[in-house]
Structure formats: structure tokens, C-alpha cells
Design a protein around this ligand. Structure first.
Ligand code: NDP
Length: 467
């Protein structure tokens, strides 16, 4: 990634499409770069990072957690020589060749580009939405419908398109009743799909209704509906009669927005803003630029279809680079890279293996020891096994600690395994990071933050201690 070097292929996006493209391109000796993204358009790893069990990705008969699946795809891409830029792409310039992509303070030049930036599920923006996201509210019934909390419970779907109808019917397999909340007096879905909904005795359609807000304790318990008689007042959320329906699940099916901001005006898009390609093909309107995954797919939007289109994009890019004699290939050295093996997990520290000087440890024992005995700033990260953003944050925190050369330490607390500790610490969601120094809580961070924020906070404590 040195200045002035022209790369064969830069892939923007790190969902199943981006990493599959990387695996194929890396195995073709193209040494691709993946710009993983950081906050723009969702978290690195894409929508699977925010789902729990993925039961329909072939090859995992017992299912796999979405974040674990993404960890594996990433490891496979890296094993074959993919290089990662773990930051958002700031700009993409397709007006000159080689193409120019800015990310992480550098300008990458690339002969070919694969755009795999995905699409973000639209949200309603309810006042309590954040609180119940993944605690009753989901953007994907197909992914999350089978979750135990939804079994034999009343559920709701909002939307009136094919997705909403398909999901309402699908959810009747799990829920005791499905409420379909439609903001107008008609379904936008195809006739066949709409008929299936209307004929299903387990679905109740609530016409001309908007959701005003939702409520519950740790998990969603009810939604408040308000009557709206036309689109003109559908956004006002006020006025009409209101009603509370008890539901344990609320599924959004109100459309997706493709993440095409970086190439706006440079590539052709369809009427909904998705990158335009020939059906079943990855080529965009610009030669040498390919689309993979949901950024060009308004319809299927599955992990496996995204992965398939990533494969197509990589093969098409390779063919194009070879045809134009633009590829500078580099053979794998060694030819068979070392196996990734089982993904390394940090062992929980106990009396026997606790190390007072280790940069990173896990569990309540290490936390108690370091809290009382360590003279260094201590980062405590609260995680849970299915939390995708935690997978993104942990390596970032470890990097901060490495960069600080042992002047600070870190402990990971799994809030499921150490519920009492999490409760005492007042942690209500993951990831949460608490920064302690000299037995005092100095700062708390919720969600994924930039490495620089943690580093600056620790350096400030160290500086103040010296000064
Ligand atoms: P659509 O854009 O077709 O439908 C979105 C729905 O959400 C509309 O009914 C819209 O209402 C409603 N909506 C949007 N914003 C709000 C809001 N703020 N509050 C309440 N309701 C809202 O998206 P889909 O995901 O359903 O479908 C996308 C494409 O994929 C379509 O082409 C569809 O045909 C296709 N598809 C096909 C399937 C199949 O054939 N099996 C399955 C799934 C998708 P309104 O109608 O009032 O605008």
C-alpha cells in the first residue's frame, strides 16, 4: 500500500460479498485490498454482524453466529494474502485511471474496483428504537424469526411491500399471531403475495396505522399504533386514535437504502438507487468497476447470494485485468499458507494463569486483581457472545494497548458469564468500555468508537499522572 503503487484490485466493503471477492482475488494472486469500512453504512462485516444465529448459510448444519461467520470469512481472505484497511473509504474517484480511493489518510490507486458496500435496512426512528434493537426489534425476520424469544408470542411486521408480506407469512411459523402494520389502505406487494397474507388466519392487518413508539422492560412488550388516514399525515404520527398491542417482536420491512453515496453521479443506478448491472452479472456502467452483494441487489439480500455475487465480481475483475494486461500477480509464498485453525479465543484467567503484566485478559478474577493491584490505566470491555460490534471493537482495543507498549492493560468481561459484575458496573448493553485508573472510573464508552478516542483518553491519564 505504498504511495504511488498501483494496486490490481481494491474491494470496498467487508460483508460476505466483499470477503468472498477477496478470497477469490487473493487466490488468483491479485493481492487485493479490502477497505472494511468502520462506521459508514453499518459496521464492518455488514448486516450479519448484527444478527444472532445464521441457520441458512450452507455448510453449517448447526447454524453459526453471524459475527463468527464473518470472522471466518475475514480469516480466510487474510490467509490467502488479502490486505485490510480497517477504516471507512472517504472518497472514490472513478473519473481517472487508475481509480483513486481515499481511506485512512492515504490515497490508494487501483486498476479495478469491486463495490460491496451493502445496503442499510431503513429504520422507523422510533423514540425507543435503540433500546429495543436486538431486544425485540429486528430488521430481518428471515434471519431472526426463529429466535426463542419469539416462539408462540405475538409479533408485528411493519411495511406493505413484498418483504413485509413474505416476512409476515414466514413468522406465522413461529409466532402465535402476526400483526401487519400498513401505513395506507393497500398493500404494495404483488397480488399473489398480498393474497397469501389476506388469506392467512394467523395474520391481522392493521390498515392506515403508524407505530408511534414501543415499550417493555429488558425485551420488547408492546407497540403503540396511531391511526393515519393518508400519506400526507402518515409522518405526523399524531391526530388519530391510538391503540396499544402487546407484541414480543417487531420486524421492520420498510425497504433498504443501498450504500452508494461514494459513487453518486459516477455510476448508473436504478430508480431506487441500487447500482445498475446486467441481470446476473457484476459489471457496472464503468469498465473495471464491479458490484457485489446488496448494493446492487434489491431483491434477494441473503448472505449466500451476496457471497455468490462477490465470487462473480472477483472472477470478472480477474478476467478483465488479465485481458487488458493490467494485473501484476504475486505468487503465494508459501504456496500453501498456514491454516487458520480454530479461531483463537482468550482463556478466562484464574489463579493459575493470571499474569499481572499481560496486556489482555478475560474474566472476573483478572478484573479484581488488576483493579486492586495494577498501577496502570485499565480498559474493561463488556461483551456478549453474539454481539457483532464487540468483535469489531476488541481487536481495535488490543491494538491501542499494543501501541501503548504495556503502559495500560485490558480485561474482557462476558456479561453472560459474569452477570453480577456487569450488573454492579451498571452495564446495560454491549459493547461498553469503562476506563479505570487508580481504582476510579474515569470514562465510559458505549458502542464502537475510533481507536484514537481510547488512546487519547489513556494518554491523558498517563500525562496527568506524570505531570
Ligand atoms: P418496498 O420498497 O417494495 O416496500 C416498502 C414498504 O414499506 C411499502 O409498503 C412502504 O409503504 C412501507 N414503508 C416505507 N417507509 C415506511 C414508514 N416510514 N412507515 C411505514 N411503512 C413504510 O420494499 P420491499 O423490501 O418490500 O421490496 C423491495 C423489492 O424486493 C421489491 O421490488 C419487491 O418486489 C422485491 N421482493 C420480492 C419478493 C418476492 O417476490 N418473493 C420478496 C421480497 C422483496 P407504502 O407502500 O405506503 O409506500
Amino acid at each position: 500500500m505504498a504511495d504511488g503503487v498501483v494496486e490490481n484490485l481494491v474491494i470496498v466493503g467487508s460483508g460476505p460479498a466483499g470477503y468472498t471477492a477477496a478470497i477469490y482475488a487473493a487466490r488468483a494472486n491479485l493481492r487485493p485490498i479490502v477497505i472494511t469500512g468502520f462506521q459508514d453504512g453499518g459496521i464492518p462485516g455488514g448486516q450479519l454482524m448484527t444478527t444472532t444465529h445464521v441457520e441458512n448459510f450452507p455448510g453449517f448444519p448447526d447454524g453459526i453466529l453471524g459475527p463468527n461467520l464473518m470472522d471466518r470469512l475475514k480469516a480466510q481472505a487474510v490467509r490467502w494474502g488479502t490486505r485490510l484497511v480497517e477504516a471507512d473509504a472517504d472518497s472514490i474517484d472513478l473519473s481517472q485511471r487508475p481509480f483513486r480511493i481515499q481511506a485512512d489518510g492515504q490515497t490508494l490507486q487501483a486498476q479495478a474496483v469491486i463495490l460491496a458496500t451493502g445496503a442499510s435496512a431503513n429504520r422507523l426512528g422510533l423514540p425507543s428504537e435503540e433500546r429495543f434493537w436486538n431486544a425485540g426489534i429486528s430488521a430481518c425476520a428471515i434471519c431472526d424469526g426463529a429466535t426463542p424469544q419469539f416462539r408462540n408470542e405475538e409479533l408485528a411486521v411493519v411495511g406493505g411491500g413484498d418483504s413485509a408480506c413474505e416476512e409476515a407469512v414466514y413468522l406465522t411459523k413461529y409466532g402465535s399471531r402476526v400483526h401487519l402494520i400498513v401505513r395506507s389502505e393497500q398493500l404494495r406487494a404483488s397480488k399473489a403475495m398480498a393474497d397469501r397474507v389476506l388469506a392467512n388466519p394467523n395474520i391481522t392487518v392493521h390498515w392506515n396505522r403508524q407505530i408511534r413508539d414501543c415499550s417493555g422492560g429488558d425485551w420488547l412488550e408492546a407497540i403503540d399504533l396511531v391511526e393515519c388516514n393518508s400519506h400526507s399525515d402518515s409522518d405526523s404520527n399524531g391526530g388519530g386514535a391510538s391503540e396499544r398491542i402487546p407484541v414480543r417482536g417487531l420486524f421492520y420491512a420498510i425497504g433498504h437504502t443501498p450504500n452508494t453515496r461514494l459513487v453518486r453521479g459516477q455510476l448508473e443506478v436504478d430508480s431506487h438507487g441500487y447500482l445498475l448491472t446486467q441481470p446476473g452479472r457484476p459489471e457496472t456502467s464503468q469498465e473495471g468497476v464491479y458490484a457485489a452483494g446488496d448494493v446492487a441487489d434489491a431483491e434477494w439480500r441473503q448472505g449466500i447470494t451476496a457471497a455468490g455475487s462477490g465470487c462473480q465480481a472477483a472472477l470478472a475483475a480477474e478476467r478483465w485485468l488479465t485481458h487488458h494486461n493490467l494485473a501484476v500477480t504475486m505468487s503465494q509464498d508459501p504456496v500453501d499458507p498456514a491454516e487458520v485453525g480454530e479461531m483463537q479465543r482468550t482463556a478466562v484467567s484464574d489463579e493459575a494463569n493470571f499474569d499481572a503484566n499481560a496486556l489482555w485478559q478475560k474474566g472476573g478474577y483478572a478484573l479484581r486483581k488488576l483493579y486492586h493491584d495494577s498501577t496502570k490505566p485499565l480498559l474493561v470491555v463488556y461483551t456478549s457472545p453474539s454481539c457483532g460490534p464487540c468483535h469489531v471493537l476488541k481487536p481495535q482495543l488490543k491494538r491501542v494497548l499494543e501501541e501503548l507498549g504495556g503502559r495500560a492493560q485490558g480485561v474482557e468481561i462476558d456479561i453472560e458469564a459474569d452477570q453480577e459484575i456487569a450488573q454492579q458496573a451498571g452495564v446495560s448493553g454491549t459493547p461498553t468500555v469503562q476506563l479505570f485508573f487508580q481504582k476510579e472510573l474515569k470514562q465510559q464508552f458505549r458502542g464502537v468508537k475510533q481507536r484514537s478516542e481510547f488512546k487519547a483518553a489513556i494518554e491523558q491519564l498517563l500525562g496527568a499522572a506524570v505531570g
